[in-house]
Design a protein around this ligand. Sequence first.
Ligand code: ATP
Ligand code: BTN
Length: 321
Amino acid sequence: MDTLLRLLSDGRFHSGEELGAALGVSRSAVWKYLRSFEGEYDIELFKVPGRGYRLAEPLSLLSYEDCSVVLARLRWELCLRETVDSTNAEALRLLRSDVVAPFVVLAERQTNGRGRRGRVWASPPAQNLYYSLALKIVNGSGGLSGLSLVVGLAVLRALRRAGVTGAGLKWPNDLYVGGKKIAGILLELTGDPADVCHVIIGIGINVNMISGGLDIGQPWTSVRAQTGVLADRSELANFVSESLHHYLAMHAREGFSSLRGEWEANNIWQGKRCTLSSGTQQVKGLMVGIDEQGALRLLVDGLGEQRFSGGELSLRLDHDS
Ligand code: ATP
Ligand code: BTN
C-alpha cells in the first residue's frame, strides 16, 4: 500500500502494468488495491484507459532518509509510522517500552489526534505534520516553565523558513496566520515531576491541507494555502527539528526570560482586549504580555494587572478589539 502511494505521489500517470510489476501483483489486483486506498486515504484518483492511473494532486510523503539525516546530526532518533492513533500516545508507549529519549515520532496520519483538554486534532493522511519529540528531564519539571511558549517560537521560525509570512503566536501555544489557526502544540509530562520525568512535545502543523470535508470548528489555514505551493513535508519536519534544537538549547542555557521579548514581539494579541476563560469563569482585560515564566499578564478591568498560568486556560479576542 505504501509502495503504491509512493509510486503515485508524483501526480503523473503510471500504467497498471508498471504498478503491478513494482508490487509483484496482477493488473486487476492493482485496481482492487487502488479502489480500497481511495476510500482509506480520501484521495482522488484518475483512471484513463491507455495511460493508467494518476492522483488528482501530487502528494508530499514523509521520507525516512531525509528526516533521519537531519535528526542524526541532532542526535535524536526517528520513529516514522504510517498510521498511529496519536504521535504523542505512540511516544508515550515507546517510553514505557524503554526506548531511550530523545526521539521523534512522525506519522503520515493520526486516527485519534488530540488537542488540549481532550479536543480532537484533525489529522488527515499524507497532508500535514504530526510530530512528537520525547525528551528526558533530569532535574524535575521546574525547569520547564515557558516550554510550550518556546516551542511556539520554534514552530514559528520553521514556518517562516517554509515561506509563510504573517504568522504569529497566541498564548499559550497556538500559531495563527490572518486570524486562522495553522498549528497547535500539546505538551504531555510522564514520570515523577519532582525527579526524573519525560516531556512529550506534540506539534501539529497544517501543511498541504487546503479543503475537504473536515469539521474543524474554527477557521484554519495551512502552509500551502499561504504560499500557494505544495510543501515538502520532510523538509518542514527538518526545519521544525533544527529550530526546536536551537530554542530548546537556549531555554536550557538561559531560561525562558531570555526569550520573553521575542515571544511578545510575535504575540498576535499584544495590547488587545481579550477574554480569558477557565471552565465557566471569565475575566476580561487588556493583554499586557507575559512574565519571565511565560504566565499571561492581563490588565483586568477595575483590578489592575494579574497573572495567569495553567493548562485549563483559554484566551479569546474581544470583538471590539
Ligand atoms: P484554546 O486552547 O485557547 O481554547 P483552541 O480553541 O484552538 O484554543 P485547542 O484545544 O488549543 O483549542 O485546539 C483544539 C481545537 O483546534 C479544536 O477544538 C478545533 O477547533 C481546532 N482544530 C482541530 N484540528 C485542527 C487543525 N488541523 N487545524 C486547525 N485547527 C484545528
Ligand atoms: C492544540 O492546538 O490543541 C494542540 C494540537 C496538537 C496536535 C499535535 S499533532 C502531533 C501530536 N499528537 C497529537 O495527538 N497531538 C499533537
